[in-house]
Design a protein around this ligand. Sequence first.
Ligand code: SF4
Length: 239
Amino acid sequence: MQPVLTLTPEEHRHILASNPLLLPFDLNEIFFSVQGEGTRAGLPCVFVRLHGCKLRCSYCDTKYAIDRRSGGLSVTGAEIDERVRGFGCRFVEFTGGEPLEQPNVFGLMKYYCDEGFTVAVETGGHVDTSLVDERVIRIIDMKTPSSKMMPKNNYHNLDTLRPHDEVKFVIGSREDYEWSRELTTKYDLPRKTAAVLFSPVFGTVEYKQIVEWILEDRLDVRFQLQMHKFIWHPDTRGV
Ligand code: SF4
């Protein structure tokens, strides 16, 4: 299965017509923890981390999940589903790596929506998200200058936002902050989404400084820290 950045409507229809439990996936890990970020921070959640990502962000904290050549586990949707249901939690988030680089996840997300789960997907800004099921909460991570991946951003994603979506900016410098502020204003993100998240690169910028900038500019955004990195050691996996 080759990763794709934009799914054609035909491919999308084909995937949705297939049984998602029979489809193959490249999996990194599945774990049960509390949501560490966004408007649902603190809520119990099952995380399905798919394996592989085409980007190489400078601040990536899941480098173990980006190289498609090694480290992934070939599984079916049924195997994922068995693990997910085993946790007895009705909130599931697909993450990565980049989950949307595996087109079959579009079918699996729809399956969980149909089954009455609350479904979220955390995606980098480079994949087209417009064909994600409307019930799925899309958390779109736009790539700031210090990520070194900014040219890969797919800005079309900001034109197709839905009210329950969230847009996240990972900020490692003043330049990142200003870029994020400009995009927030240009696309009127606070009005179009549930939350605009300004999240510092862990351990590299003064958290207080970012908060002060936000207050100074009266920005209607939400400052956040990645809660799991404070509860557990920052390098702990599967939390
Ligand atoms: S998009 Fe996410 S998973 Fe991919 S390299 Fe960047 S931070 Fe890592």
